[in-house]
Design a protein around this ligand. Structure first.
Ligand code: SF4
Ligand code: FES
Length: 248
């Protein structure tokens, strides 16, 4: 396949940045999108040019590191996959592909296609955990009976990999889908109920402090989420937040 890549290049956080054209040839349909970028970077390095910086780690759809906006869609044109799982067979010979970083005030660009998503880490640190006394006498979680429906819903929410596609897709740059998944995975389980009030209040407070926008129920986040995180998590978080505010 012969393609024209239009890639966002930005030297650092201060640089204005801009789109640069890169013609590329010899791309196989079975290559992953990141392998295609590896080929480009090899060519750039061989010419003595600066390679394109992009985030990646597991390349298996698990870690949430890959984060590209491809032809105007977070993680590209396929559904239910991350950028690292996207294959070049989704494109045609002769295509022009725009590749940009995830854009949101709370995700500042560090370099080229790499953005700083530490705002997500700070939200997690604000309450995305349960406190357990690890004295050696801790009860195994599996000994606590849990309703199958709740266990399944919790597991679905826990599938969120923190990639940030929901934020990049939302016209308001809202992080509600991510935060609601992290709140829900605990809110549904008995172990999570002990700290439920503080958790939802602290995580929502941190989300607002990081500069994410508000949710206006458009639902674009759910469509682009590679892990199928449902909007019902946002409704659950809103109920949890209201109840916690009344208690608090
Ligand atoms: S909710 Fe979906 S899109 Fe948002 S961070 Fe989690 S996995 Fe990514
Ligand atoms: S590199 Fe880990 S999810 Fe894509």
């Amino acid at each position: 396949m012969k393609l024209t890549l239009k890639i966002w290049r930005q030297k650092n956080a201060q640089d204005k940045g801009g789109i640069v054209d890169y013609p590329i040839d010899g791309i196989e349909p079975d290559m992953s999108f990141l392998e295609m970028l590896d080929v480009l970077n090899e060519q750039l390095i061989n010419k003595g040019d600066e390679p394109v910086a992009f985030d990646h780690d597991c390349r298996e759809g698990i870690c949430g590191m890959c984060s590209l906006f491809i032809n105007g869609e977070a993680h590209g044109p396929d559904r239910g996959v991350t950028t690292c799982q996207l294959h070049m067979r989704m494109f045609k010979d002769g295509d022009t592909i725009f590749i940009e970083p995830f854009r949101a005030k709370a995700f500042p660009v560090i370099k080229d296609l790499v953005v700083d998503r530490s705002s997500f880490e700070r939200i997690q640190h604000a309450g995305g955990f349960i406190s357990v006394n690890t004295s050696g006498n801790t009860i195994d979680a599996n000994t606590i009976p849990i309703n199958k429906h709740d266990a399944d819903k919790s597991f679905d929410a826990a599938a969120c990999i923190g990639c940030g596609a929901c934020v990049a897709t939302c016209k308001n740059s809202s992080a509600m889908l991510f935060v609601s998944a992290k709140v829900s995975q605990y809110a549904l389980l008995p172990q999570g109920k002990v700290e439920a009030v503080d958790r939802v209040l602290n995580m929502v407070h941190q989300m607002d402090a990081e500069g994410f926008g508000n949710c206006t129920n458009t639902g674009a986040c759910e469509v682009e989420c590679p892990k199928g995180i449902s909007l019902e998590n946002i409704a659950r978080m809103n109920r949890e937040y209201l109840a916690a505010s009344l208690k608090g």
